[in-house]
Ligand binder design. Structure first.
Ligand code: F3S
Length: 59
């Protein structure tokens, strides 16, 4: 399973990643994205590409 890393300092809370892949991303209380432990068939590389501030790294 892909390891997702979110740069919490870069994230601006647009929630695009949550909308694209709600099984792997959620918003925390501070409005910053964090990773969930779920599984999905999403194109995570595409989610990372779409993040407007390049805060998502797929390893
Ligand atoms: Fe943040 Fe990028 Fe998601 S700005 S909310 S990590 S799409």
């Amino acid at each position: 399973m892909a390891n997702i890393v979110i740069d919490e300092n870069a994230c601006v809370g647009c929630a695009l990643c949550v909308n694209m892949c709600p099984d792997r991303f959620e918003m925390d209380e501070g409005g910053i994205a964090k990773v969930k432990n779920g599984t999905c068939d999403c194109d995570l590389a595409e989610v990372a590409t779409q993040c407007p501030v390049d805060a998502i790294t797929i390893q």
